[in-house]
Design a protein around this ligand. Structure first.
Ligand code: PLP
Length: 416
């Protein structure tokens, strides 16, 4: 993934033009220009997304799939167009392989309950890495409690990289699924997903990829990754909240029983027997987040327009500038120093609790995330309860990094 980024020249990236696409970036916070360094938690939305959602509600709003009237047909077309956009974007075999969900969390829970739960039994194993987000840990703990299977942990090294030979040694016929994050939200590590899927393939083990942080930073090709399931969230990739998707190989989706029951997921219902709908409708019970899907389709087209290679190159540039600058700050320790990293810098500051730092630098207009980032096992590994995290998106600039570094230095003087 990172090699792609290196091929592009970041000096060709017109960040001032990009910033004009994001209206929120021109607002002030506590009387200072907003410096938004919290894109890993939720990205800001470009006008293209805001306008697509607005246009949907103003001109096409109706429920999907069930109406013969024109508005319902238009809403259905827009909703299904978003599925096509997403399928094209990640190189899915077909748009039928895309199930809309509320986001990554719901997508992983869907796989845990509809794919894993029916097949797991005592003695079976699921493997996840120590750097996983809680949403790729807890659904597996739940399904292990339900079935008697065991959750095992692939360990990481001091740089925050999965120790691949240890992972390989854990593989056996007992392992029924590996869950791995493509890009760690807490450490920035870009994991070698293709290498992991190749290892898993030797034992016929399916791999689920938590792609929440991969989608905004890098070109995702699910076929090239060789995975079985890929989960994503709209709001991490400049789209709306409350919408995301599960991509899964069609064979899996067809073999899986439905997860939730209700309207839309059925073909025919009687008290004797209910016949389920085809995929992906089988997994989309109830009225979906139609406007959210429309906005997500617009986000995909926006990212395609800017070009993922250009975005990745610009963000690698920001990562380099940010890493070099932050390393000059007294008492700052970067947590997560993997060889292949996305534009996320987690750090601690000697003598200053991350929450205090976050609160103080908010008054400089700088939005940083502080806490455990829903990755408590990774925090435990590094012996810290929390970090501060600067995460850069396509709209950030080296000047903003400098402003953040200056504010961190000024804040430290207040405490130490
Ligand atoms: N996985 C990773 C790596 C994340 O960063 C996040 C959100 O921070 C999630 C999963 C959960 O995403 P969502 O809350 O959109 O379901």
């Amino acid at each position: 993934m990172s090699s792609l980024a290196m091929k592009q020249d970041p000096s060709n990236f017109d960040v001032s033009r990009i910033r004009q696409d994001f209206p929120i970036l021109s607002r002030e916070v506590h009387g200072k220009p907003l410096v938004y360094l919290d894109t890993a938690a939720s990205a800001q939305r470009p006008l293209a997304v805001i306008e697509a959602v607005e246009d949907f509600y103003k001109n096409h709003n109706a429920n999907v799939h069930r109406g013969v009237h024109l508005l319902s047909q238009e809403a259905t077309d827009l909703y299904e167009q978003a599925r096509l956009d997403l399928a094209r974007y990640i190189n899915a075999g077909s748009d039928r392989e895309i199930v809309f969900t509320r986001g990554t969390t719901e997508a992983i829970n869907l796989v845990a309950q509809a794919y894993a739960r029916p097949l797991l039994k005592e003695g079976d194993e699921i493997i996840v890495s120590r750097m996983e987000h809680h949403s790729n840990i807890v659904p597996w703990q739940l399904v292990c409690e339900q079935t008697g299977a065991t959750l095992r942990v692939a360990e990481i090294n001091e740089r925050g990289e999965i120790i691949l030979d240890q992972l390989e040694a854990m593989l056996s016929e007992r392992v029924k699924l590996i869950g791995v994050v493509a890009v760690s939200n807490a450490l920035g590590t870009i994991n070698p997903v293709s290498e992991i899927t190749a290892m898993a393939a030797k034992f016929g083990i399916p791999v689920l990829v938590d792609g929440a942080q991969a989608m905004p930073h890098t070109k995702v090709d699910v076929k090239a990754l060789g995975c079985d399931f890929f989960c994503m969230s709209g709001h991490k990739m400049y789209g709306p909240t409350g919408i995301g998707a599960l991509w899964a190989k069609k064979d899996h989706l067809e073999a899986m029983p439905p997860w939730q029951g209700g309207g839309e997921m059925i073909r025919q219902v009687s008290f004797d027997r209910t016949v389920y709908n085809d995929v992906p409708a089988k997994f989309e019970a109830g009225t979906p987040n139609i406007a959210g899907a429309v906005g997500l389709g617009a986000a995909v087209r926006y990212l395609e327009g800017v070009g993922m290679e250009n975005i990745a190159a610009w963000e690698q540039h920001l990562l380099q500038v940010g890493t070099e600058r932050f390393q000059q700050i007294d008492g700052l320790r970067i947590i997560g120093t993997a060889k292949h990293k996305a534009s996320v810098i987690s750090f601690t500051l000697e003598g200053v609790h991350p929450h205090d730092l976050g609160t103080v630098i908010d008054h400089y207009g700088i939005a940083l995330r502080t806490g455990h980032h829903c990755t408590m096992p990774a925090m435990d590994f590094f012996g810290v309860p929390a970090t501060a995290r600067a995460s850069f998106g396509l709209y950030n600039t080296p000047e903003e990094i400098e402003a953040a570094a200056g504010a961190i230095e000024a804040s430290r003087k207040m405490f130490v």
